[in-house]
Design a protein around this ligand. Structure first.
Ligand code: 5GP
Ligand code: MN
Length: 339
């Protein structure tokens, strides 16, 4: 966002406004952390701020400061719709297209409030009057920190805001190990610790709160792992009956896809997860190096994301989806073996 836009936004936010913050469907640590961090920040300026999530989010994020005030569009639809209609400013965080908000899309399309986008996904669409999009950023939480800086508000970062932003940077960078983690990311994180983020506690809250169902499902996913050495690729899957057998709950499978990448030589890892309620197979793609899973997901599975982390979906059954996937690999052989 250029400096003129920042000045215009400062002016807009110069008097108390009714503000809504929206994040993507199936919110992750970066979505919830950036939404709540921004909510706490804006509230200090006298704005009325509500955060609305399209649907439920994982239990391992429910300790975040302010989590109890988050509205769930699926459960509180009329109230959410009313608040969106009344809003003067709508911040959309951690997504690049309104369709990523699921059922909220049609509501958001029909309001004329000012939209502010803060996001690090590729190919952003242009619905926002204020657009802060940077695909080189580690996370939307890091961007919210820079955004606060642009508004000269760094001294307004409380320990609660610091905890929210730290959490999203930590989860979106795989605990500071992905290629998107820059020197600046570390400087931001250091400042957040300085401002009161209890880093040790945050890691524990997020990663050391496993349920037995999650560990059992991890066992199943690892057992189901298929390694296709000739394509430097590994994939796994979880069927609905496997999920049911071990008492799956939301968030249990978060991060499972990354295990494939810990194998020597593997540059492309995938997990297929059946969701019979939605009638889809949800797919997560991860890569290391130059192979763009964003393009792979966009071109073949109605999805997208980042170069090294993307998602998509299939409306075919599990076996057919996996067959389709495996049959695509020969077309990508050169890219997969180029490392
Ligand atoms: P995950 O595999 O963890 O669900 O998602 C990985 C990344 O891809 C995240 O940044 C997420 O926002 C994005 N992503 C996941 N599913 C989709 C999708 O269906 N469409 C698009 N455009 N992005 C997705
Ligand atoms: Mn993100």
């Amino acid at each position: 966002m250029d400096s003129m836009k920042i000045e215009a936004l400062k002016e807009l936010l110069g008097t108390p406004k009714k503000i809504i913050i929206v994040v993507h469907k199936n919110p992750d640590g970066d979505a919830i952390g950036s939404g709540l961090g921004l909510k706490h920040f804006l509230t200090q300026y006298g704005h009325t701020v509500e955060m609305i999530v399209p649907n439920e989010y994982p239990k391992f994020l429910k300790w975040l400061p302010g989590t109890k005030q988050v509205l769930n569009f699926e459960w509180e639809t009329s109230k959410s719709k009313y608040l969106i209609k009344e809003a003067e400013v709508i911040f959309t965080l951690d997504f690049n297209h309104l369709s990523r908000t699921g059922n909220m899309e049609s509501v958001l399309e029909n309001v004329d409030s000012d939209f502010v986008m803060i996001d690090h996904h590729q190919s952003p669409s242009d619905y926002a009057s204020f657009m802060y999009s940077d695909v080189n950023m580690s996370s939307t939480c890091e961007m919210v920190y820079h955004f606060i800086d642009k508004l000269n508000g760094l001294d307004k970062i409380t320990p609660e805001i610091a905890a929210c932003l730290y959490t999203g940077i930590m989860t979106d960078t795989g605990s500071f190990k992905f290629a998107s983690t820059s020197k600046t990311t570390h400087i931001v994180v250091a400042d957040l610790i300085d401002k009161g983020a209890q880093n040790h506690e945050i890691h524990q809250n997020v990663f050391d709160n496993n349920s037995p169902s999650r560990l059992h499902l991890l066992g199943v996913a690892l057992k189901n792992l298929v390694i296709l050495e000739e394509y430097n690729t590994a994939f796994t899957y979880l069927t609905q009956s496997e999920l049911d057998q071990y008492g799956y709950s939301k968030g249990d499978t978060e991060g499972f896809v990354n295990y494939g990448l810990t194998l020597e030589k593997i540059v492309f890892a995938v997990i297929f997860i059946e969701n019979t309620e939605e009638g889809i197979i949800k797919i997560s793609f991860r890569s290391v190096g130059d192979f763009s899973v964003n393009e792979f997901a966009r071109d073949n599975f109605n999805g997208g994301g980042h170069n090294n982390a993307a998602g998509g979906r299939s409306e075919k059954g599990m076996q057919e989806t996996i067959d389709t996937f495996v049959n695509l690999l020969p077309h990508y052989k050169d890219l997969l073996l180029s490392k």
